[in-house]
Design a protein around this ligand. Structure first.
Ligand code: ZN
Length: 282
């Protein structure tokens, strides 16, 4: 299934994408695509629905983030060896975990804000893992049982806030709109191999990132198991698994930063595409 959320910001309704790519409403079936709706038994119930019996939603509807009520929005840093190199950082010997404020989450095609005092706005297309079953001290061999599905995430950063001040990366990763998520939460049964997905990003039509999830240092099962050694995970938590090379910070001879008015387009094979315009923060 491809689950989604549609409607005005803050008032999104649940939906799913049918075989013809049309969005159908799940309002009245479930309250939202969130939390316990992502448990295996709840997803199994949804999978039994005939999409043709669900009301169609207009084609020009806004899509919200594909998961609502995200409890934890965790990110893995430097999880592609080439990206670590372009960032001038060593390949980590264990996963680097950081946090992104959940208030940064927006829909896949919403505008992205250049924050006030922002100068170094940067992009990162990433494979998002959506947790579907509580996880605590999980073995890698059983990690997949705790995953509901996958989605596209743009892990936006303000590199000055992230790297040039004191403290943790969270400052440069959490501005409003820095977490477009979606268009779909694709359930794991529809993703043949999450470690073999083309992943790409363009700015104004120029392709900067063009990778494959097979070059991740730590794969998704390892990451779920690893994170669960430090904190419990709940359905609706999201782990963004790091970005392939080609971010603005890594451009030679000089970094390239996003400017107001530019448009990003990004996607992952089988998981859909996003498009965001950069605007000045109000
Ligand atoms: Zn990232």
């Amino acid at each position: 299934m491809k689950l989604t959320r549609w409607g005005p910001r803050g008032a999104e309704k649940p939906g799913l994408c049918d075989a013809k790519g049309r969005i159908r409403s799940l309002a009245g079936v479930i309250d939202d695509v969130r939390g316990d709706v992502l448990l295996p038994e709840a997803l199994a119930k949804l999978a039994k629905l005939d999409p043709e019996t669900l009301p169609l939603v207009g084609e020009d509807v806004r899509l919200g983030a594909c998961v609502g009520g995200v409890g934890k929005f965790l990110c893995i840093g430097l999880n592609y060896a080439d990206h670590a190199a372009e960032s001038g950082m060593a390949v980590p010997t264990e996963p680097v975990i950081f946090d992104k404020a959940t208030s940064a989450i927006v829909g896949p095609n919403d505008d992205v804000e250049m924050p006030r005092r922002g100068e170094k706005l940067d992009w990162e297309v990433e494979l998002g893992v959506v947790i579907g079953k509580p996880a605590k001290y999980v073995e890698k061999s059983r990690a997949r049982e705790h995953i509901a599905g996958f989605c596209v995430i743009n892990d936006l950063s303000e590199r000055r806030f992230q790297l040039e001040g004191t403290g943790q990366w969270i400052k440069g990763k959490s501005c409003d709109t820095f977490g477009p998520m979606g268009p779909w939460l694709v359930t794991k049964d529809e993703v043949r191999d999450p470690q073999d997905l083309a992943i790409w990003l363009e700015v104004d039509g120029r392709r900067f990132q063009n990778g494959n999830t097979r070059t991740m240092i730590f794969d998704v099962d390892y990451l779920v198991a690893y994170v669960s050694q430090f904190m419990s995970l709940q359905p609706g938590d999201v782990i963004s698994t790091g970005t392939p090379p080609g971010v603005g910070l890594g451009q030679k001879p000089d970094p390239i930063w996003l400017k107001v008015g530019q448009t990003m387009r990004l996607g992952i094979q089988g998981l859909g595409e996003q498009r965001q315009r950069v605007i000045a923060a109000p």
